[in-house]
Each structure stands twice: as C-alpha cells, then as structure tokens.
Design a protein around this ligand. Structure first.
Ligand code: NAD
Length: 500
C-alpha cells in the first residue's frame, strides 16, 4: 500500500485537503512508494496561523525553557539517527553511512542552538553620559519560513529551525517534495521533546505553497536553500514583499592542485568529494584544476580510484554510491557526458551505460571523468549535480585563479599544496565563501557560518553560526537614565542630545 505523507500543523498531522499529491520514488527501484500532500494557499495559511498563535507565548518563553526542550530534542535526534537515515536513503537514494553523516552535521546545529543563551547575550555600556547606560539586545522576528532542497532532507532544515526557534521565533518548513518523510519524523521528535504545538510546522508542496509563504504578510523572514534560478526568484520576491531573506543557490566547486601537492592525497580527496552522494551535494567538487605538468599523473590517479567505486542501493552496506534522485535528473546528467567529446573534452570514464543487477528500474548512472575540459563546454559551465568530474589544465597558479574567479558561482573551493605561502595567497584572492586548504569539502562547523558568494547566495547573511542568530533576530538599543534623587532637574533643552 502506498504511504501518505501529510502536513504537520499545530502539533499534529493534518491530511491534505487540496486533494493534490505528488509521487515520492525510491530511486534504487524506481518504484513510487509514497504520495505527498501538496498544500493549497488555505493550508499554508493554516500553518502560518498556527505559528502566529504559538509565537504569542513562545516569543515570551524563557531561554531556559527553550534550551531545555532543545536539549531533549538533541537526545531524541541522537537516538533516532538510524531511523532518520533510513528514511533519507529510501527517498533520496544516498548510502546509509552518508545519510548518517548528514544527520550528524544537522545535530551540530542543534548543539549550537542548545547554547543560544551565550549567543543572545546582549551588550551593556554603563555611564555613557552622566547616569546614562546603553544596552543592545536582540529579539525574535515572529513567524519565519524555511524552504529546502532534496539533497539534504534532514541537515538543511536543521541549518535553519534549531536556531530560529531557539531565538524565540516560530517556524514553517516547506521541505522538498521529492523526499519529505525525514521532516515529518523531525516534527514528531520535536513534539516528543515538549515543543509547544505550532512552534514548528511542516507544509509539503510545490510552487503554490512556496509562493504563498513568500507573500504571506505574517511571515517575517524566509530562509531558502536550493538551485540558483529559484534562489534568485525567492530573494527577489520575498524582498519585494518586505521580508528579510537569505537564499542559498547552486555551485560549481573548484579544487586547485598545485604541482607540489601530495597527488595521492589530492586524488583521494577529488574522488571522495566528486562522487560522494553521487555528486548531489552543493559542496561537491565538480572541477579539478591541475596546474603545470602534474595533469596526466593526477588524472590517472583519479581514474584508478574512481573505477573501483561500488554503485548500488543505499541500504546495501557494500554500496559506496547510490542512484540519482529522479529518472529525469539521471537522463539530464547523462546528456553532459554524451555531449562532452563533441565539445572538446577527453572522456576518460563514461558512466552513462551503468546498470545495477536486480534494480533495472533504478535511476543509475556510473562514474564519469572528463579531462582537458574547455571552459566553453556545458559540462564545465553548468552545475551538473551528478557523478561527473571535469578536469581543467592551466600552466600557472594565476591562470587557475582567474579561471576559478571567472565562474559565476562562488560556494566552496579548495587548494591542494604543500606551500603555505601559496595557500595563504589563495585564501585571500579566491572569490568564494568557503575555502579548504588540503580539505576538499570545507563545510564550516556549526559555530562558523555557511555561505557562498556570487550566484551561490543572495542576501546578506550566511546560514547558521553567528549569522544565523543575526538573521533570526533584530536589534534593539535601550538608552536609560536613572537620575539620582539629589540631582537638580535637567530643565527643558531643545538642542539635540549631546553626551557629556
Ligand atoms: P530546487 O531549487 O529545485 O528546489 C528547492 C526548493 O524550492 C524545493 O523545496 C522546491 O519545492 C522549491 N521550488 C522548486 N521550484 C520552484 C519554483 N519554481 N518556485 C518556487 N519554489 C520552487 O533545488 P533542488 O533540486 O531540490 O536541490 C538541488 C539544488 O540545491 C542544487 O542546485 C544545489 O547546489 C542546491 N543546494 C545548495 C546548497 C547551498 O548551501 N548553497 C545546499 C544544498 C543544495
């Protein structure tokens, strides 16, 4: 029997009343296993109304109340790592170990939210003028919304809501319709931890639900993570509707390898970062830039390693790489490899014909490796979001840097070298929001913020860390005078107040 995934509004599941549903497929079998309810405008309104009502008390609750619930949630999340990872694998396709990794990285943000009292400590200046003190505090915004992508159905929502609710906001999540079950499990765990009804709500759906959140007058801020065209649309539309917005988009992450690098370590890193999660990571390395004469040796080392990757269903413990999210996406990824030779690339590995015995209807594609890729090739220009690694060659560090900085994307990047001076120069000169030095996927830990530059992020704030706290609060400055009873009355003075 097909499973049905419903909304979570006001602390309970609410059946989709619109009658519209979307299919959720197990990517390893190609079978539709689940129907997910698509919210109408009225259903989104009901979720926002529940969040608005909950804000009346949650916004006034003490830091101690909020953090004690988050500590309980953390323990439940920890105990349910496997259960959540299984839901992710069944709908996304990634291997179980990788799904566990995503839960662990989400848990890091819950850790941060458990200590929000430290982040929310205000500032106080005493005696700025005679008997005058000034304090700066930060207060919650109200109802805030999160719209998230398919590739991290647990982690990316956890980049947002733990901090938002720890700061005293209430939350409406619109997760990806392709793998919606993890978000419902998280809602249940939050409720079990004692989170009051309505503080966290989930509405499933498509553009109808998203657009209503973007225009709803009671939604004060929108966090988005997804592809660049939609991120740009979300930023423009939410801003036009007067909302605070952070919209993280797509990527093309380069890994620069200098001639002095440890080539074995660089090849290990390139293969792990390019093909992990079948390349469906916004921080995946999709372009290696080999500098100088090392290109042939590096490509050979990458090929040797990549060929050995075991592809299979995510719930098979021997699988290292799973299928792609949908058949449509799988076919689109294949077109980049099929057209590569005609665009001047050297095709070292072509994974387009790959199948997995016993799972013939799964969304499989094997490993592809393209060498000597010209910057004009579509395989270089587009975010492919699949297991396709492109290698580009340059003569010098400067040419490599110019190539990377000419990319419209600026999410993550990495340099592999033994030269500290070159690494330092790269950190300062490269135009990207996150830089790794001998680290291929430099996703910041929870207490540093995550975010890209250029077309990889629209808005002022990166996500989680200090930026997260800033995004989900607004500042207030209080200037106080408590006169001493012995003071003479100040009298009327129409001049602009001067401090003395
Ligand atoms: P997507 O942009 O298609 O969808 C993201 C969300 O937007 C989903 O909830 C979806 O329902 C909604 N959406 C889709 N089309 C819409 C439309 N026309 N109007 C309104 N809402 C719409 O992204 P995806 O395919 O789910 O995820 C993959 C993309 O996300 C990749 O580009 C990847 O790089 C990016 N991503 C970026 C980061 C980051 O931190 N920068 C992290 C993860 C994923």
């Amino acid at each position: 029997m097909t499973k049905i995934v419903n909304h979570w509004i006001g602390g309970k599941t609410v059946e989709g009343a619109s009658g519209t549903h979307g299919p959720v497929t197990n990517p390893a079998t190609g079978e539709v296993t689940t129907k997910v309810a698509f919210a109408s405008v009225d259903e989104v309104d009901a979720a926002v109304a529940a969040a608005k009502e909950a804000y009346v008390t949650w916004g006034q609750s003490s830091l101690a109340q909020r953090t004690s619930i988050l500590f309980k949630f953390r323990a439940l999340l920890d105990a349910n790592r496997d259960a959540i990872a299984e839901l992710i694998t069944a709908e996304h396709g990634k291997v179980h170990g990788d799904a566990l990794g995503e839960v662990a990285r989400g848990l890091e943000i819950v850790d941060l939210a458990c200590g929000i009292n430290v982040q929310l400590k205000g500032e106080l200046s005493t005696q700025v003028a005679s008997r005058v003190d000034v304090s700066s505090i930060r207060q919650p915004l109200g109802v805030v919304a999160g719209i998230t992508p398919f590739n991290f159905p647990a982690m990316v929502p956890m980049w947002m809501f733990p901090i938002a609710i720890a700061c005293g906001n209430t939350f409406v999540l619109k997760p990806s319709e392709k793998d919606p079950s993890a978000s419902l499990k998280i809602a249940e765990l939050l409720s079990e931890a004692g989170l009051p009804d309505g503080v966290f709500n989930v509405v499933h759906g498509d553009k109808v639900a998203v657009d209503r959140l973007l225009e709803h007058p009671d939604v004060k801020a929108v966090s988005f993570v997804g592809s660049t065209p939609i991120a740009r649309y979300i930023h423009t539309t939410a801003s036009a509707n007067g909302k605070r917005v952070q919209a993280l988009g797509g990527a093309k992450n380069h890994m620069l390898v200098l001639p002095d690098a440890d080539l074995d370590a660089a090849a290990d890193a390139a293969v792990s970062a390019a093909y992990g999660s079948a390349g469906e990571r916004c921080m995946a390395i999709s372009a290696v830039v080999a500098v100088g004469s090392i290109g042939d040796e590096l490509v050979e080392k990458i090929r040797e390693r990549a060929e050995k990757i075991k592809i299979g269903p995510g719930d098979d413990p021997t699988s290292e790489m799973g299928p792609l999210i949908t058949k449509v996406h799988r076919d689109k990824v294949a077109t980049y490899v099929e057209g590569a030779a005609a665009e001047g690339c050297e095709v070292i590995l072509d994974g387009t014909g790959h199948t997995v015995e016993g799972f013939e209807d799964g969304h499989w594609i094997g490993i592809s490796l393209l060498d000597k890729v010209p910057t004009s090739a579509k395989a270089y220009q587009d975010e492919i979001f699949g297991p396709v690694l492109t290698v580009l060659r340059t003569g010098t560090y400067e040419e490599a840097l110019d190539l990377i900085n000419a990319s419209p994307f600026g999410n993550g990047t990495a340099i592999f070298t033994r030269d500290g001076g070159a690494a330092r120069r790269f950190q300062l000169e490269v135009e990207a929001g996150m830089v790794g030095v001998n680290v291929p996927i430099p996703v910041p830990v929870g207490y540093h913020s995550f975010g890209g530059w250029k077309d990889s992020l629209f808005g002022d704030h990166h996500i989680y860390g200090n930026d997260g706290t800033h995004f989900y609060t607004r500042g207030k400055v209080v200037t106080t005078r408590w006169p001493d009873p012995a003071d003479a009355p100040a009298g009327v003075d129409l001049g602009f107040p001067r401090n003395h």
